[in-house]
Design a protein around this ligand. Structure first.
Ligand code: FPP
Ligand code: MG
Length: 316
């Protein structure tokens, strides 16, 4: 298992070789953001479930998805004015926004180049659609920022694009390069979709309740950036209609100052909105686990179930 993940690490480093002297330190720094290696583990498990060895194409496609993920984080930290990622300074804080935009683009172009050099063009075709979905999710999120009336359905559409699509992709590329049938590819992709939805819901909960030292990244940025996330939506929608106007005012106050954000965070605690957010994440995990019934039994199916359990319980 670890040996296979090391092969993905080797492929990742190989894709990043031949970086210019000027960008090398920044690229190496950004590469440190891949802490949990969840997506590579998912890609490898999907390939093995398809009955394949971890071939060069499987390892490369895992590295390409992870590299796209790294590129999105570098850009995301600029947009969110975040200072810390994986317990180290973000690229924007260490080298400034201009450099961070360009480093994100370098990582992205390296990932695309690697996909273009695979014999089978699936990754470059499929991943260009996926990256489009990630970007549309981010643009949608920007479009509705500071809108306290955002509904749960629209929130779910945003996180489907910005996060769940790349989780789905991690499994689909593994399944594809492992030679899976369309049915198996579909089941594994659906598992990845629900896993990614749960991941982002928990991420949004940790933004309110997490401990920065444990999580290892800047928290509270959803509040400071005016993002209407699921804990807020659940809290607002759980109130009696006559309390909604005051709730909107409290949300707007929370977006405007730290004091308002802290007050609202404790209200989310006491009202039970955070527990209901956990329940929503668990429901996505249950849907993910249901997709595994169509997947061959064995150690890799168990690994996917274990990753699903980790995602919903994670505190980092
Ligand atoms: C994390 O969200 C961010 C994403 C899941 C996607 C970000 C994507 C972009 C900024 C588009 C850039 C695209 C390319 C191809 C370079 P979050 O802020 O909720 O999570 P966080 O807590 O980890 O910051
Ligand atoms: Mg962010």
């Amino acid at each position: 298992m670890d040996g296979a993940l090391d092969r993905v690490g080797d492929a990742y480093r190989e894709i990043l070789a031949n970086t210019s002297r000027e960008s090398r330190d920044m690229v190496r720094h950004a590469a440190r953001f891949n802490g949990k290696r969840l997506r590579p583990a998912l890609t490898l498990a999907a390939a093995r479930l398809a009955g394949s060895e971890v071939t060069d194409d499987v390892a490369s496609s895992a590295a390409i998805v992870e590299l796209i993920h790294t590129a999105t984080l570098v850009h995301d930290d600029i947009l969110d004015s975040a200072d810390v990622r994986r317990k180290v300074a973000t690229v924007n804080v260490r080298w400034g926004n201009h450099a961070a935009v360009l480093v994100g683009d370098v990582l992205f172009s390296k990932a695309y180049r690697a996909a273009a050099y695979l014999d089978d063009p699936f990754a470059s075709r499929y991943l260009s659609d996926i990256v489009g979905q990630v970007l549309e999710g981010e643009i949608h999120q920007d479009h509705v920022s500071h809108d306290p009336s955002l509904g749960e359905e629209e929130y779910r559409e945003i996180i489907r694009g910005k996060t769940a699509s790349l989780y789905e992709a991690a499994l689909v590329v593994g399944a594809h390069y492992g030679g899976a049938s369309e049915d198996l590819k579909g089941s594994l992709g659906a598992f990845g979709h629900h896993l990614g939805m749960a991941f982002q819901i928990i991420d949004d909960r940790l933004d309110v309740t997490g401990d920065e030292a444990t999580v290892g990244k800047s928290l509270g940025t959803d509040m400071s950036e005016g993002k209407m996330t699921l804990p807020l939506i659940i809290w607002r929608d759980g109130l009696a209609p006559e309390g909604r106007e005051a709730a909107v005012a409290r949300i707007q106050h929370a977006w405007s100052c730290d004091e308002g954000a802290q007050e609202l965070a404790s209200e989310l605690h006491t009202s039970g909105a955070l527990e209901r957010t956990d329940t929503a994440a668990q429901a996505e995990i249950d849907r993910a686990l249901a997709c595994l019934t169509a997947v061959p039994e064995g150690a890799d199916r168990q690994l996917l179930a274990t990753i699903a359990g980790f995602v919903v319980r994670r505190r980092l």
